[in-house]
Write a protein that binds this ligand. Structure first.
Ligand code: SAM
Length: 241
């Protein structure tokens, strides 16, 4: 488990647009300072500086059938994804995104209706579209929607991206993919069931393994059968039906 992991849900929930570990410190990037009940201090950085360093350090990622290339100009193969994350989460470098991408590669079939809840960079909706699904991506953060649309154009697919959360969903869906966090999945578990067709699939990640117990209970209460549990580092992925 990386020392960053316990902070990730908390800092993203508080509006952080990026996180990294540096020599025993956790750096969380925010558009502007805000009140946080956490130890630490604020430093003002020009956006271009840290973004260009981050870009330079991003390497291609293999996730099941997909390879994600940050900053590539043109796709060369059917399962290549070009991703310009900008300020949005979702480059394929985080364990949770990788687990979700691998699962999409295993489960999505052409023509499926897919909802990507918390789309960020749009990576998961784009991956589902590359496999022939009719994908939609929803996100509460207005700043990520143009980035997700731009990424879709780069990959020559056209998932629909909209601002909002589950209330903006247009069910029924054959498959839901959501990289959020355990507490939100618990809150949404009966809604997940309501937006899926009978026998539909939920691919859930963003779950710190130590918080999995109450989530699994909530999912089973909502009528899901948990068919697969996969773990990478501290992060858990659940495939439910
Ligand atoms: N799907 C991308 C991936 O797997 O890499 C991004 C996942 S990122 C961890 C979570 C995203 O969910 C963020 O873009 C955040 O703005 C969004 N989000 C957080 N709470 C949400 C909610 N209740 N409804 C919709 N989106 C939400």
């Amino acid at each position: 488990m990386s020392s960053l992991d316990p902070w990730v849900p908390l800092l993203f929930e508080a509006g952080s647009t990026g996180l990294e570990e540096r020599e025993g410190e956790v750096w969380a990037y925010f558009p502007s300072p805000k009140d946080l009940e956490l130890p630490g201090w604020w430093e003002e950085l020009p956006d271009e500086d840290w973004l260009s360093v981050w870009r330079r350090d991003l390497k291609p990622v293999q996730a099941g059938v997909f390879t994600v290339y940050p900053w590539l100009q043109e796709r060369k193969g059917p399962f290549e994804i070009i991703l310009e994350p900008g300020m949005a989460f979702g480059t394929g470098h985080h364990e949770t995104t990788r687990l979700a991408l691998e699962a999409i590669g295993r489960t999505v079939r052409p023509g499926m209706r897919v909802l990507d809840l918390g789309t960020g960079s749009g990576i998961l909706a784009i991956a589902a579209s590359l496999l022939g699904a009719q994908a939609e991506g929803l996100d509460l953060d207005p700043s990520v929607i143009p980035q997700a649309e731009r990424n879709a154009r780069l990959n020559q697919v056209a998932p629909r991206f909209r601002l909002g959360s589950l209330e903006a969903a247009q069910p029924p869906y054959d498959l839901l993919v959501a990289n959020l966090y355990a507490e939100l999945h618990i809150e949404f578990s009966s809604m997940y069931r309501a937006i899926l067709v009978p026998g539909g699939i939920a691919l859930l990640t963003g779950i710190l393994s130590e918080r999995a117990g109450p989530l699994e209970h909530a999912l089973e209460e909502a009528g899901f059968r948990i068919e697969q549990r996969l773990q990478e580092g501290a992060w858990l992925f659940l495939e439910c039906r």
